[in-house]
Design a protein around this ligand. Sequence first.
Ligand code: F6P
Length: 363
Amino acid sequence: MAKKQRIGVLTAGGDCPGLNAVIRGVVKASMSHYNMEVYGIEDGFQGLLDNRVKKMDWSDVSGILTRGGTILGTSNIANPFRVPVKNEKGEIEFIDRSDDVAKYVQELKLDTIVSIGGDGTMAMSRLMSQKGIRIVGVPKTIDNDIWGTDITFGFDTAMATATDAIDKIHTTAMSHHRVMIIEVMGRYAGWLALEAGIAGGGDVILLPELPYDMSKICKFVKRRSGEGKGFSIIVVSEGAKPKGGDVVVQKIIKESTDPVRLGGIGMKVANDIENNTGLECRVTVLGHLQRGGTPTAFDRILATRFGVKAAELCHNGVGGVMVAVRGRDIVAVPLSDVGGKMRLVEEHHPLIDVAKSVGTCMG
Ligand code: F6P
């Protein structure tokens, strides 16, 4: 009898809605369709460093389609190529333990690993596949900034959450005749601000890709105020920056693969508008709310399609690839094409023209 294939599955990096739907897709398709065994790796690559891997069965993935977060846990610090250890002076230094991970994967007799994560995870997966581990990546992130795929799962849910928040802010903005600033996530990509901004009818939308001119924004909100509108809604991406200026950094997490945490631009924009116009401003930072909750129907379908495709690739012995959306199709793209690049909003993206056409100020 042919040996049953064994696959491992892990979720790494920041979480987002739809991770459980992918895990469910991988496990169900692998077990029922391809007769493979699936092993769940806990807390991303950390589980491979600490030997925390468990065989999964049907009951593990039953009832998780609609649940946010990840049943496997995740880590946005764990990196086999850069493991923090204390030296004899008590200082933290980093060592490469990728060979230990490769050995452990061999001991477990895992034929393929499905690694569900963002760009950092895809870059790590590519390096691990160069160590001889067969890896199939699955692109997740609310930022929608992964190169090689038209869309990532998690983005649609985060956009819906941000849009709902903008709708709520709208009513209180109208009552108090204020300038309301809503800071959304997205890192260096403006997709979340752009799409939620359009959906929520933002008057001003500020993206990292289009550095803003504060005098233009002040003129715009003053004109609205003078015209009797009395309020303005500004949707600002955490990675936005003024022309000639820089992003606002909230903190640096040294151990992280991507140490910079952005945050605080909303308050900067508010202060600048208040100082220049005298208009009253308030700031709402949506933060991690955007990463939580039940995935939308769109994200559940996309995540399930990704999970099923990943299982098919594992079954066919294909590795070194990431599943991706191209048009209406789910395809596999080489991991070597993905790492180290970001999918940003192009300067002349059609949605920017749409926003401008309805009178939105893009800074
Ligand atoms: O990449 C997803 C994301 O939510 C970004 O939008 C945000 O900048 C970052 O992660 C926040 O990371 P953390 O959860 O480590 O604060």
